[in-house]
Design a binder for this molecule. Structure first.
Ligand SMILES: [Zn+2]
Length: 170
């Protein structure tokens, strides 16, 4: 994928990156199958991959569209349908919620809500303030999901699913 910055017809079609690189989103599929496990995987922004892979691996990063594999048992985290290096769970600096079931893994990467913290609050109080507090922070524009969360998206969906599962078990 070549640089498209000079021919900027429609800003919405372009994702600017930290390094002023960009990709025409509309020219690549929104979702593709993981090249390792076949799970349907969504696009992830370049800046998410850049920020979350180990710094010494940034030289492997190419100007292509990357996708995030959410499969729990697949070691691949970021991959492309082009012939480029595939980043695995060992190549990222955080534990990936979708792929690591430990208690100390963040459900919300921006505000430090780990599985343990959510569980502890529910055990102590039989309720969870996580979603409410996170929503408050989002409203105050203090979240940076595209930089902190490996899937590059807001965590609230995962938080709600996790909280509801625990509440239904208590
Ligand atoms: Zn996969």
């Amino acid at each position: 994928m070549s640089s498209c910055c000079k021919k900027l017809d429609n800003e919405k079609d372009v994702v600017a990156t930290q390094e002023a690189r960009c990709i025409i989103e509309s020219k690549v599929p929104k979702k593709i199958l993981c090249s390792t496990c076949g799970t349907v995987s969504r696009q992830v922004q370049y800046k998410t991959v850049y920020n979350l892979i180990k710094p010494e691996l940034r030289s492997f990063l190419q100007e292509v569209q990357y996708y995030f594999c959410k499969d729990a048992f697949c070691k691949t985290v970021y991959f492309s349908n082009e012939d480029v290096y595939r980043f695995t769970v060992n190549d990222v600096t955080v534990k990936v919620f979708a792929k690591d079931f430990s208690e100390n893994v963040p459900v919300c990467y921006c505000f430090g809500w780990t599985r343990y913290r959510i569980k502890w609050e529910i055990e102590e109080t039989r309720q969870s303030t996580a979603a409410q507090e996170i929503a408050h922070e989002i409203k105050a524009k203090r979240c940076q999901c595209e930089l902190n969360n490996p899937k590059g998206e807001c965590c609230l969906g995962d938080v709600n699913i996790f909280v509801n599962k625990l509440l239904s078990e208590t």
